[in-house]
Design a binder for this molecule. Structure first.
Ligand code: HPA
Length: 264
């Protein structure tokens, strides 16, 4: 399906799916799909669990552009490359961008399998997609308070526990040491991951409204006696996909296709 077709539908709402969230797409009838490779500007992700394509679905008649898979700095890419996807989505008409990710929980009162609304972030990647300009962009409200409010209401209505907190975005690709997790806690972070912050910065610089949600896939290093691995992270991410799609459906009035059952 061509980029012109997607552009002609003017999708206002876009969603970037994090690790293990790919199945979110299956709850919709797919109208069009476009592999990133056909666009030339978005690098292919080398990470398992990250398909590389845009999928256009209609939800309640409303076009929704889903980015199934993202690439990361730790794949050896630049901040500009990692955020090309966001610029393409903006060009295709997206004004509201939902960024989802898998993250490690750094609070004992958060549990793997639960969701965290990102209230703010720490960009600890050491880089920015805005190198070279625009300079000095305001970052006072990266994550839209309006959309956070809608998510809180949806979570209450659906009786889905929804934590809130600060997401620390690190370079990776290794998971953290216990000392690093203690440092991140001291800095005020509640969850840790290796994505999202650069995309959110880019989106805000383009004037998009951003919603960020972490699926807490594990306790961060040192909180429990666990060895972290990507396979387990993906498995928990997959289990949380249904909760997340339920919330997003409520927030944006999305209508899922008839075969799909949602659970809380
Ligand atoms: N640390 C960093 N990134 C992650 C984690 C984590 O514990 N879990 C999922 N992504």
């Amino acid at each position: 399906m061509s980029i012109q077709h997607i552009q002609s539908t003017q999708p206002r709402l876009g969603i970037v799916l994090g690790s293990g969230m790919g199945s979110f797409v299956e709850s919709f009838d797919i109208e069009a799909e476009l592999p990133y490779g056909e666009l030339g500007e978005i690098p292919a992700s080398t990470v398992p669990g990250h398909a590389g394509r845009f999928v256009l679905v209609r939800a309640n008649g409303i076009p929704l552009l889903i980015a199934q898979g993202r690439c990361h700095l730790y794949e050896g890419l630049t901040a500009a490359e990692v955020t090309a996807q966001v610029r393409v989505m903006h060009r295709l008409g997206v004004q509201i961008l939902v960024l989802t990710n898998a993250a490690g929980a750094m609070r004992a009162d958060f549990n793997p399998g639960e969701l965290m609304l990102i209230s703010d972030h720490l960009n600890l990647t050491g880089t920015s997609p805005l190198l070279g300009g625009p300079h000095f962009h305001d970052m006072g409200e990266v994550y839209s308070q309006r959309l956070c409010g809608l998510m809180r209401q949806a979570a209450l209505a659906a009786k889905i526990p929804l934590h809130e907190g600060v997401y620390a975005g690190l370079l990776g690709p290794q998971y953290e040491t216990p000392a690093e997790v203690r440092m991140l806690r001291t800095l005020g972070a509640d969850a840790v991951g290796m994505s999202t912050v650069l995309e959110a910065i880019q989106a805000r610089a383009l004037g998009m409204e951003v919603l960020g949600i972490s699926t807490l896939t594990n306790w961060a290093t040192g909180l429990k006696n666990e060895i972290l691995c990507h396979h387990d992270v993906m498995a928990v991410g997959k289990q949380s996909a249904a909760k997340l799609s339920g919330l997003l459906r409520l927030v944006f009035g999305l209508n899922l296709n008839s075969e799909t059952e949602l659970e809380g």
